[in-house]
Design a protein around this ligand. Structure first.
Ligand code: SF4
Length: 73
């Protein structure tokens, strides 16, 4: 969705009423997330899900420490 089509867009001031940013290119979206974090990126941004999946570890890559690894006899 573009900002111009969004109910949260303040046309008079040319900005989002929620304070979000909605860049059109993936490069711009990636740079925004690197600097300001994912919360700054509009939830309607077309690149959001891809950027989240790139930055999140897969469930099978997660490891949970049991604390027993450091205990050796
Ligand atoms: S940044 Fe997102 S929420 Fe804000 S006006 Fe644009 S489309 Fe709407």
């Amino acid at each position: 969705m573009t900002c111009e089509d969004c109910a949260l867009f303040d046309a008079e001031n040319g900005r989002c009423r929620s304070g979000k940013v909605n860049p059109k290119s993936r490069v711009q979206a990636s740079e925004l997330v690197s600097v300001l974090g994912i919360r700054a990126l509009c939830t309607f941004n077309q690149h959001r899900e891809a950027l989240i999946s790139v930055r999140s570890p897969k469930a099978d890559q997660l490891s949970v420490s049991t604390g027993s690894e450091s205990r050796t006899a």
